[in-house]
Ligand binder design. Sequence first.
Ligand code: SF4
Length: 498
Amino acid sequence: MGKIGGFLEISRVEAPERDPKARVADFQEFVETVEVAELRDQGARCMECGVPFCHNGCPLGNLIPDWNDLVYRDRWQEAIVQLHATNNFPEFTGRLCPAPCEAACVLEIREGDAVSIKQIEVSIVNRAWDEGWIQPQPPRVETGRTVAVIGAGPAGLAAAQQLRRAGHTVTVYERDESGGGLIRFGVPHFKIEKWVVERRLDQLKAEGVRFEYGVDVGVDISAEALRAAHDAVVIATGSRVPRDLPVPGRELDGVHYAMEYLYDRARCLEGNPPAAPITAAGKHVLVVGGGDTGADCVGHSHREGAASVTQIELLGEPPERRPDDLTPWPRWPVKLRTSYALKEGGVRDFAISTTKLTGNGSVEEVHWVQNSGKPPFEAVAGTEETRPAQLVLLAMGFLSPEQSLLEALGVERDARGNAKAGAYATSAPGVFAAGDARRGQSLIVWAINEGRQAARVADRYLRNLPARDPRDEESAGTSERFGSPDLGADPPNEASIS
Ligand code: SF4
């Protein structure tokens, strides 16, 4: 794999980014790609380690050393075949995945030196689209079985594509006005432009996947009617109950969940603005929560022209380098990261507990105190502060999927409220669950993996259903006659990511 000794001669190159000061003036993607020749050199750095930990670090089990080598040898068309063997949407992960594969790369034992896997991934798929190598792959045989997929986020789309390619009739029900879920509405345009999502949706449609937008299952169509109309159901609704901030003043105008703000911004940019969109323009913005969603709120606030942006985090500041005692290689390191959005401006503070929000109808000020940085987050006396805050965005993660749909479908839940579906099948016969609705809030790469695995299990269920009617033989018990398509390998080891 790669060039023998290549990693000794060639240094890692980071993905180039547009100038932070310039890019806040627009909403276009800011991460660029390196030239092909340089990318081949990066592929050459893959050092043929005996056990490719990157492969296990990737939740999809992407065949990383294989496509590193193919890129190095200029065999791009084979590289996209290898990439698609495990990943339906590499252009999504190549833009949005935090790359736990790179944290697990053997070269990363020398911290900061991993092979540029994510850059290589996105460049392979970008080139494949440009060259016309990615085409619809409709099934050659129809099974006559029908599946409802609830939710058009990455888990639902992956499940839909896999099940459709296996020959089932697939309908995706989505309550929003278009597909992609959080990739479409939650993640800003400047991280993934929406034509990228549309292009993949077009491929699914061309393969025969049907989309029912603006249909909220449980509201616009009952769970009973949905089940009666389909042989199987895959729940891929995500984890969308946000964690709240129970402090005095939470009820004031101007205090919103992050997703409310991000959805409004996405709809404004798509020319479909809500009646009174939430805006950061000219305001002092406070973002509560230090994760990716918080960063996206910061990034949008800059582009809107906020007066100031402050991001606070409950936990204390992590160490700058990988803490080997806590998260040794090849685990995902808990260490200090500075988001793209904070490179564009704004300030952040760690170990902050919000005590109250005040204002006259609308929020005007936030009151906080520094804490001990770890549970139980004891307040540090004498550190109380008050800051202006005219827009407060709560980006503290999600607790569980919405419960009403799971209840209506008769699905048992775990202690956290997630669909209980250890091997993707729920307690309700013919109902499967995938993605954040099953495992709780997680990464896009996990969502795609979950969709693929749930599809595998649902496909097996559908192929073993008894014939409905003798005249229906053509459409049932098809696995022997047609063989079962390859719906992917067993899930990789979940323990590899904390
Ligand atoms: S999907 Fe994520 S973890 Fe897997 S190879 Fe791509 S960047 Fe790495």
